[in-house]
Design a protein around this ligand. Structure first.
Ligand SMILES: [Zn+2]
Length: 300
């Protein structure tokens, strides 16, 4: 009896609210259609690979995203600049970054990463493991330990393969700096080359003359399309012998307007111009975004 009673109640409810039920279902279907449509449109119009050299004032921060959504953040710049920059590239609901790279623990590279670790879930940390005495460096390391993040220390050249044949090659260090204290921490800086669709982008972090010399002598660098110049355009980096080998078509300088170090040095601008590189500067151009689509470089 109760079954019959219940069945007729449902039927009565259906008859009374028939129009509302159909209306609601149609609305849900339409919403689903637009949601799926938006996702498909978003995917189709996304470049194969996008690299953003964030304007973080005096510092370095580079964000790489491939079409399949793999995200890599190389350094976080100084305090208070990275989160708005990431917010401009990641959706509000995206709280996960696959890989965070700390090239070396100077404040203008690591400070922003402390904010990133506080806000985002991280798949993996890549660093040299060099010891550095500042509060920022210690806080970063204690956060990595506290959150039990997977950590890879680069002590020999390794490749990070991701979407559609893209590969981020760490070409330096080639020895372990874990727990070591260096006179010049730039000698432990992670140098990476991103290869995708026959294009090469070389990220030099703050590498200086010694390291440039070593990379050239050991044949670890060759002709590249884009050079993220070492050490914010400081005169200690982007030497003529290095530019003769790397032959960049484009050079990026990541530095802050009116910084107290005088970056970029006029002589570096001249060296890059003589080498035939078109120069982009975060202090003048703001965030610089490079897309790779079907083997072509598109600057924004
Ligand atoms: Zn540095």
């Amino acid at each position: 009896m109760s079954w019959n009673f219940s069945q007729s109640s449902i039927y009565k409810f259906y008859k009374i609210h028939q129009r509302k039920i159909f209306g609601g279902a149609a609305f849900l279907l339409l919403a689903l259609f637009f949601l799926v449509g938006y996702r498909v449109f978003d995917y189709v119009q996304k470049p194969d690979l996008e690299v953003s050299f964030f304007d973080v004032w005096q510092g370095d921060s580079i964000f790489v995203e491939s079409k399949d959504g793999t995200q890599i953040l190389i350094d976080g710049g100084p305090p208070n600049r990275i989160l708005p920059n990431l917010g401009s590239r990641m959706s509000f609901f995206d709280r996960f970054i696959d890989v965070v790279v700390l090239t070396h623990p100077h404040a203008d590279h690591v400070s922003g990463l402390i904010e990133v670790l506080g806000r985002y879930n991280i798949g993996m940390i890549i660093e040299s493991g060099v010891d550095y005495h500042t509060a920022e460096a210690k806080i970063f390391e204690s956060l990595v330990a506290e959150k039990k993040l997977k950590k890879v220390t680069v002590d020999h050249p390794i490749n990070l393969n991701f979407a559609n044949g893209a590969v981020l090659k760490f070409i330096y260090p080639e020895e372990s700096f874990v727990g070591m204290t260096l006179k010049n921490v730039h000698d432990s800086a992670l140098v990476g080359e991103l290869d995708f669709e026959d294009k090469k982008i070389l990220f030099m972090s703050d590498a200086e003359k010694n390291l440039e010399k070593r990379l050239v002598e050991e044949g670890r660098v060759g002709d590249v399309d884009v050079l993220k110049t070492g050490h914010h355009g400081s005169k200690t980096s982007s030497n003529d012998f290095f530019l003769r080998v790397t032959k960049p078509e484009y050079a990026i300088i990541s530095s802050g307007a009116r910084n107290r170090y005088g970056h970029p040095a006029q002589e570096v601008l001249s060296r890059l111009a003589s080498a035939g590189a078109q120069i982009f500067r975060t202090d003048l151009d703001g965030t610089i975004t490079l897309e790779i689509r079907n083997g072509s470089l598109i600057w924004k």
